[in-house]
Design a protein around this ligand. Sequence first.
Ligand code: HEC
Length: 147
Amino acid sequence: MKNSIIAIFIILGVGAVCLVSQAPVAAAALRSPAWIQAPRGKSIYDQNCLPCHQQDGGGVPGMNPPLSKSPYVQGSTTRLIHILLQGLNDGVDIEGETYSNPMPPFGTTLKDGDIADVLSYVRSHFGNKAAPVSAAQVSKIRQGLTK
Ligand code: HEC
């Protein structure tokens, strides 16, 4: 009997320690939805964009433009979503450097939610501080393309 009472106290104690140690994590998650979104956006970025735009979003001079200091990334979300869905072959000028390689489209390989997450990640990393993109925004633009 005495042993089982001790056991119950140990279990309660461990439980309390777990709760207390998780509290800051839970609080951070409630404060910023980006905390939940970022890991998913990052893994989509690592699999689909990193080979060209690099780990730090710095791109490759003369070949793949940077996603840092880019007006395309922090500017119009409509233009940005179009680039992801359809690719880009217009040539871009960023920070005095011209890029003319084509970017492949991701409209068939990535779902609306994937595009929203990866764009939200890119818009909040590499020195960028722009608002996230929602799956509904991507879906609206995708529908406009197929009409
Ligand atoms: C095969 C290489 C390649 C891959 C993979 C790739 N891009 Fe690009 N990206 C480019 C190139 C090249 C351009 C410039 C196209 C042009 O000059 O018309 C570009 C342009 C862009 C631009 C507009 C210009 C700028 O630098 O801001 C954005 C935004 C962008 N890419 C985001 C992404 C995202 C997000 C992914 C992953 C889902 C991705 N790209 C995957 C090569 C790539």
